[in-house]
Design a protein around this ligand. Sequence first.
Ligand code: SAH
Length: 393
Amino acid sequence: MAAHSKMNQAASTPIDPTAASDKVNLLDFDRQGLRDFFAQLGEKPYRAEQVMKWIYHHLEDDFGRMTDVGKALRAKLEASCYVGPPKTLFDKAAADGTHKWLLGMDGGNAIEAVYIPEPTRGTLCVSSQVGCGLNCQFCSTATQGFNRNLAASEVIGQMWVAAKHLGNVTHQNRRITNVVMMGMGEPLLNFDNVVTAMSLMRDDLGFGLASKRVTLSTAGLVPMIDKLSQTIDVSLAVSLHAANDELRTELVPLNKRYPIAELMGACHRWIERRPRTSITFEYTLMKGVNDQPEHAKQLIKLMRKLPTGSAKVNLIPFNPFPGTRFERSDAETIRAFQTLLLNANVLTILRRTRGDDIDAACGQLKGQVLDRTRRQAEFRKRLDQGQGVAHAS
Ligand code: SAH
C-alpha cells in the first residue's frame, strides 16, 4: 500500500530532488514505472534502463558505484530515491542446501523466503503478504493471522536479497532459475504489487526469467485468475487439495465463495488464452483426510475435464507444524495415490520435501506477523483447550 501511494505520487507530482524525506524506493517500479520516474526527474528514459541493469544484473544498491551514470544524475538520484531491499534478520541453510531468509518488515513484522537448489534448477519461494487471511486449515501461516500486503519492493526485494547472497548473475550464472509465489500469503489478494514484482522477474533488464519459470500459486480467487491471465504472462498453480466441494470447503474455506466448478471454469479460460501451457494443481496429502483411492478417482475425473496435456498434479506430502491435527500420509499411501493418477494418464509429480529441518517446507513458513485478525489468539485458545485446529469456529 505504501508503495502504491509512492508510485502514484511519482506518476503525478514532479519530484523535488531536495526533499530527502520523500525518497522513493526504486524497487517499487517496473520498467515503465522507472522510466516515468526518470522522466519526472527530467532524465531520458534510457537512463532508467541503465540504472535498472545496475540494480538487477549487478545487484548494486549504491548509486555511487554505478560507474557509467554521470555524476550529476547520481547526485539527483541520491537526493530523490534509493534502492531498498528488505533487511535480513536471520538466514539459515538446511542440510540439503535449502536456504531460508527471515526478512524484517515494518514494526516487528517479518516474512520468509526460501531457496531450494536441485541438480538442474534453483527455485526461490517468495512471500506476498505478511501472514495470510484465507485460513487454510493445514497451513501454518494461517495460524499467524494477517497483517498487510507486501509492497512491490518487498516482493522483488526477497529475490534481490537471495540473488545477492547466492551470487546470482542474470543471463550468466543463474542460481535462481525459477520463482514460485508459494511463500506466506495469497498473491492474488495483493494483485498490483505482485504483478509489478513478477514483471521485474520476467524483464530482460530485471531477472530475465521465462514465463514458464515464474509461477503464481493461488488458493483459487476466480475473478483474479481471469484478471491475471489478461495482465501478465506467467505460469499458474492452483492449490486444490480436494476434488469434492465438501472436503475442499473444510480444508480451504475460500472454496465456499468459489467452489470447484467455478474454479475449473477459470482454469479452462486460462488454458484457452494460453493453449500451449499447463496449470499445476497442488494437492497436499494428509493422512486419512484426502489420500484415499476415492479421492484419487475424484481428482482424475476433475483433471480429465481439462484439455489433454494442460493439467499437472503436484502431490505434496503434508508438512507438519506445532499444534496441527493433520498428519502426513504414509509413503505407501502416497505411492498408491500417485499410481492411480499415473495409470489414468494424469501427469503427476511427487514433490520431495525439502528443508524441513529448518521449517522451510511448504506450509511451514511463519515469519512474524503482527496479527490484525486475532487468529493467533484463537489458535492458541484452541490449542490450550486441547482441540484440533482443523475446524474453524
Ligand atoms: N496462498 C497461495 C500460496 C501459498 S501456499 C496458495 O494457496 O496457493 C503454497 C502451497 O503450499 C499451497 O499449495 C499450499 O496449499 C501448500 N501448503 C500449505 N500448507 C502446507 C503444509 N502444511 N504442508 C504441505 N503443503 C502445504
